[in-house]
Each structure stands twice: as C-alpha cells, then as structure tokens.
Design a protein around this ligand. Sequence first.
Ligand SMILES: [Zn+2]
Ligand SMILES: [Zn+2]
Length: 151
Amino acid sequence: MTSSQLAAEFGVTRHAVNNFLRATYGPAEGAQRLLDEQQVAEVRAHFVTVAARRAAAREPRTCVVEGCERPGIGERGWCKTHRERWRRRGALEVGRPGANQLAKTHCPHGHECSPENTLVFPSEPGHRRCFTCRYGRPPEPADSPPAASAD
Ligand SMILES: [Zn+2]
Ligand SMILES: [Zn+2]
C-alpha cells in the first residue's frame, strides 16, 4: 500500500497523506514509502476523522454560543460575530455592556430581565446578572426591591 493509493481512497492529495506520515513517523527512507498494516490503519483512522469533521462543518446549524440564533460556521461552530469577537478579543464576552447588551430582554437561558430578576453587584458596576441563573430559582417578592408606591 502506498500513500498515493490511500490518498485516492479518501479523495485527498498524496501530499496530505505524506504530510501526515511524516508528522507521525518521521521522514520517509526511500522515495516511495511503503506502508505496513498498522500505518495504513492509522492513516485511514486519521482521514476518516478529517472527513467526518468536514461533513459536520458543512451542515447548517446555529451558533454554539448559548442564546445565539445566528448560523454557525466553520469547525468551531461559531457564528461570524462570535468568531470575529474571539479573533479580536480572545473572548466571547463583551467586556463592557454595549447598547445591544442593555437592550436585551432575556438572559441567555431565557429568563426575563425584569428589575426583580436582575442583580448588579457593587464590585461589577454596569454588569447585570440573572437572579434565576445565579440562585437556581426565580426571585420571590421578598427579594424584590421595594415597589414604587401606588396612588
Ligand atoms: Zn453566535
Ligand atoms: Zn437566567
């Protein structure tokens, strides 16, 4: 079995197979590397994984970030926005709440951002947290800030 035969089997270039072989077993001794059974098995396992990953990347799906409804793309499954954010900041969180974050009406888990359900810690001014997510239950009336006096 040669790398060309294996390449044909998976529809990849001989170069790709040779690169994998070189990375795994070191440089070839002759011009044409002859593969033993174990090597053939490893090459197959590798390229089967690659093919599966490619197929998964082609399937339409939504962004893997919770609460994001935009279509996910690429191997990591992020949407364009989240991928860009990661590339620019190395983080998916927006550092400082922007207009779009303040305009959100629900937390990523779908709990309403009502005044009762929103927590702001003095150590993190400007950051709003979901009460229900933090405590695992919705806020009770006793937890709520005093209501504005009705007439
Ligand atoms: Zn997203
Ligand atoms: Zn929540």
